[in-house]
Design a protein around this ligand. Structure first.
Ligand SMILES: [Zn+2]
Length: 411
């Protein structure tokens, strides 16, 4: 999955929030959550209704409110009204103070979560005062507030306040924001911390398995299999050894993967060199190569400009051994109509049905790799303008590339 795009989507909401302070819910209506899922509506529940460690206890004058879709609870002052704004959960006092919680995936620390707000505060010209413990205070032209990073396992929360100039007491609002943030509790059932997971060190990968389930019994096999995959991917891309082993986390099932990460399926945190996968058995698991390829290409070449290439490489090198050209041809036959490669560029890639987008990307990259090798593919991966690079690197226009690729896959 393309983390870059998800982050961009979230941050656009954030800036909306900062610009629309005091106004009602201007950024609402974007259905997909930060975790890529459609969020359920907010339901105010009595404490304990969600599978919680223990019911949350709040001081007098505060009420525990839970957001079941995201499994967190927070103590909210009397009189604050809840609304959802895109992926953000907002409580407003009606006088110009908003308290906001945004759940974030792929977070390895509280500072990761806090860092998400910084570029937007900087862009808005706000003065930022950094504080210890993953906190900051900001002073903007029309508003001021605090921001807090929170984190658990591999997800987190950005909590922040926006207090407008019109508000009678923004100094007091800071106290409210602080206690609001401190009260936030993640509510998933007790789990085994990563420190207690079993570890198996391979040559270029470190396998980390939840102590219960099939992966724990197969950790030596996993470390051999992923080591072999890592070498095969590097060799296909013409890359040398990376001294920094890829950290490979394996969950017994999709349920536990979600508990730890709030994601429905496996993913990579490329900049941290981590991959997270579910593992039912050797024959029922995620592909060995897809997520590792994301880490390897990120380390070598940075973020891809086009998902067509970024995801395409991950599919092409997923080590599953499937016939990608055959799959893509079948997908196109199924779709019917005229196919246009141009429609798979930029945002277009995300509008296509995922199974079609992945299949076409994998086959197209396999075609490019076969035609001119990894160095040229790297140029295309890094290129600012796909069409220009395709012409200068491969000597092909978009139409010519499409025609040649379709001929290769027998369409
Ligand atoms: Zn991917």
């Amino acid at each position: 999955m393309n983390s870059h795009r998800i982050r961009a989507c979230f941050l656009s909401l954030l800036i909306l929030a900062l610009l629309s302070v005091g106004g009602p819910a201007s950024g609402q209506g974007l259905a997909p959550g930060a975790s890529g899922e459609v969020q359920e509506g907010f339901v105010k529940q009595t404490p304990g209704a969600v599978k919680a460690r223990k019911p949350q206890v709040c001081y007098p004058g505060l009420n525990s409110e839970q957001v079941p879709a995201e499994l967190f609870a927070v103590c909210v002052p009397d009189g604050f009204q809840y609304h959802q704004r895109g992926t953000e959960h907002v409580w407003s006092d009606g006088k110009g103070l908003d308290l906001v919680v945004a759940i974030q995936v792929k977070m390895t620390s509280a500072d990761d979560a806090l860092a998400l707000i910084v570029p937007f505060l900087e862009k808005s010209g706000a003065r930022i005062e950094r504080l210890p413990d993953s906190r900051l205070r900001y002073f903007g032209e029309t508003s001021r507030g605090m921001a807090f990073g929170r984190h658990q396992h591999r997800f987190g929360a950005l909590v922040y306040s926006v207090c407008t100039k019109e508000h009678p007491d923004c100094a007091m609002a800071e106290e409210t924001a602080r206690s609001f943030s401190n009260s936030l509790e993640f509510l998933e059932p007790v789990v085994v911390p990563y420190e207690e997971w079993k570890t198996e060190k391979g040559e270029h990968v470190t396998v980390r398995v939840h102590p219960e389930g099939a992966a724990a019994k197969d950790k030596e096999w996993l470390s051999r299999e992923y080591d072999k995959g890592e070498k095969a991917i590097r060799s296909a891309l013409g890359l040398g050894v990376d001294q920094n082993p890829i950290q490979c986390f394996f969950y017994p099932d999709k349920g536990l993967l979600k508990t730890y990460t709030k994601r429905d399926s496996g993913f990579a945190i490329a900049e941290k060199g981590e991959i997270h996968s579910w593992f039912g058995s050797r024959s029922d698991r995620q592909s060995t190569g897809h997520e590792m390829t994301h880490v390897i290409t990120f380390r070598a070449w940075g973020e891809p400009t086009e998902a067509l290439i970024g995801e395409g490489i991950a599919v092409a090198l997923d080590q599953s051994g499937r016939d990608l050209h055959k799959e893509a041809a079948a997908m196109l036959a199924n779709q019917g109509g005229e196919f246009s490669l141009a429609s798979m560029l930029g945002e277009g890639w995300f509008k296509a049905p995922p199974e079609v987008a992945y299949a076409i990307s994998g086959s197209f990259v396999k075609f490019l790799l076969g035609r001119a090798g990894p160095e040229m593919l790297a140029e295309l991966y890094k290129a600012k303008d796909f069409g220009v690079a395709l012409q200068s690197v491969y000597g092909l226009s978009l139409e010519e590339a499409q025609k040649e690729w379709l001929a290769t896959i027998g369409r």
